[in-house]
Ligand binder design. Structure first.
Ligand code: ADE
Length: 501
């Protein structure tokens, strides 16, 4: 950097100081903030808000302002690949830069250089000194000091244990175990979402589209909601951002973003990407051994237990009922376990805080998976337990889909959706009601399932998920415990078998 550039920085600091003193910006009680790389609200590089922010996400910088609605806790965060700083003075975000040591340590202290008072003092000092004969010496000192600042990315890479780029998993795990919140700060979510490249459409439906995208060379899934399903985006975004939902068997959330494109609103939900896709897709082409069937069923049950359970410790979490559990809303992971996706219709309940939040989504669950009390409209919609009981009905149907594709004695059935033999494709509410409530039919079970101990146990569970009376059904926790025991027992018998051989 030449001395003229140095002078520019110095003058900019001085000008900022003068304008900060004279600016008549608080007429409406709002701050004047510098904005940069911000679409929409930025006029001549300035915006008004309650808080000025600066974000640095993997090299991309953004400056702007937002209303006090956003909690300050969203603001002061620094990790390997992102840095957020907020402040409450006019143009206080103008000169913020990421700290030189973004290295995985949370810092709640804004970098020294982001304080305008400091800048002003240093600037004035430099101004006087530059005017003197010491200009050249100062320049050399400045260059020497700035050369000590390594670019954060180079520094980062050296900090990594094996020299690999951190995956998004690493970033989110760090953030989530830091106890600083439920996910990434909103500002980071937005910048991150805008750094994603869409690679391939992997699913399309009434809900919109799902794409495989890449962020920093990592695969991510991007669900682009159709405009008519905006309520689902709002609900899912709200839940992921307010509830601690990190669990192996719940689809991992990365970011939510709302953008405006050609005057239409684009709603994105960015999550972990699972190569095998949905359980529905997986079952079309794959059959299972009883042990894999058991592990798959157990993993879905574990996810459902996590959703259904209220936690009242420091990591508190309300109970959640899904309300649209089905094989298309479950993803298969590479390790053969599943995770539950789509919280767009979920209801939230907290006994300790005494609330039931059913949301305001006009969408209803999938008719094929609706429990009898939903179909005959006798469900108690003001009682949280009722929603959990409808999830259990659907869980039994998902288990049935998995067991059909499980090979016993060399026999396996084709994939079919529940009630395939009793209702047409895209059945109506009335068609489902006739089968499930009036005729009280249940999915048929192949004889082979009665000749393997694992499948005998799973069949028993399914039947107990399908009681007409909702309170008679098993709970998710009971299902999980029974399957866990079966899993341990089958490990034991396999070990024993190995010993006997
Ligand atoms: N299809 C829908 N969501 C997906 C995800 N997260 N990963 C892979 N395929 C998907």
């Amino acid at each position: 950097m030449g001395s003229s550039a140095l002078l520019t920085v110095v003058l900019a600091g001085a000008l900022l100081w003068i304008s900060a003193i004279h600016a008549d910006s608080k007429d409406d009680g709002k701050l004047l903030c510098t904005c940069e790389n911000l679409k929409g609200t930025c006029v001549n590089g300035t915006c008004r808000g309650d808080i000025c922010f600066y974000t640095w996400v993997n090299g991309d910088e953004e400056r702007g302002c937002f209303s006090a609605m956003h909690a300050m806790e969203q603001c002061m965060t620094s990790f390997r690949r992102f840095f957020v700083h907020c402040c409450k003075k006019d143009h206080c975000n103008a000169l913020t830069t990421p700290p030189p040591n973004i290295n995985g340590v949370t810092t709640t202290t804004p970098p020294e250089l982001s304080r305008p008072e400091l800048w002003i003092t240093v600037s004035l000092l430099l101004l006087i000194m530059t005017a003197s004969v010491c200009g050249l010496v100062l320049f050399l000192c400045f260059r020497c000091a700035s050369s000590k600042k390594e670019p954060p990315e180079i520094h980062d890479v050296a900090m990594l244990p094996n020299g690999n780029d951190p995956t998004y998993g690493v970033i989110f795990d760090e953030f989530c175990t830091s106890g600083s919140g439920t996910g990434l700060p909103y500002l980071v979510q937005r910048t991150m979402a805008r750094q994603i490249s869409l690679v391939k459409c992997v699913g399309k439906g009434r809900y919109g589209e799902v794409w495989r995208g890449t962020w920093m060379g990592e695969s991510v899934a991007v669900k682009i909601f159709s405009s008519r399903d905006e309520h689902s985006w709002f609900r899912e975004t709200e839940i992921y951002n307010t509830v601690q939902l990190r669990h192996d068997n719940i689809l991992g959330f990365i970011a939510s973003d709302m953008t405006s494109k050609n005057s239409s609103t684009q709603l994105w939900l960015v999550t972990h990407f699972h190569e095998p896709g949905s359980l529905y897709d997986f079952l079309q082409n794959n059959s299972l051994e009883p042990e894999s069937c058991l592990r798959m069923c157990l993993s879905v049950a574990c996810g459902l237990v996590h959703l259904h359970t209220e936690i009242v410790s420091s990591q508190e979490k309300p109970a959640i009922a899904h309300r649209d559990l089905k094989s298309r809303n479950i993803l298969v992971k590479r390790n053969g376990q599943c995770c539950i996706a789509d919280l767009g219709l979920a209801v939230i309940h907290s006994q300790s805080h005494d609330y039931l939040d059913v949301g305001n989504n006009p969408r209803v669950g999938t008719k094929r998976y609706m429990a009898p009390e939903v179909l005959d409209e006798t469900i108690h919609m003001d009682v949280f337990e009722s929603y959990k009981q409808t999830d259990i009905w659907a869980l039994g149907l998902v288990f049935w889909e998995i067991t059909r594709r499980t090979m016993v004695n060399g026999i396996v059935e084709e994939y079919r959706p529940p009630f395939f033999d009793l209702v047409p494709l895209d059945p109506s509410f009335e068609e489902m009601k006739k089968v499930v409530c009036v005729d009280q039919q249940r999915p048929c079970l192949h004889n082979r399932l009665h000749s393997h101990p694992i499948l005998v146990a799973i069949v028993k569970i399914m039947k107990e998920c399908w009681y007409q009376s909702p309170p008679a059904r098993l709970t998710a926790l009971r299902v999980k415990k029974t399957l866990s025991k079966l899993d341990h027992d089958s490990d034991f018998s396999i070990d024993k078998l190995k010993q006997d051989v």
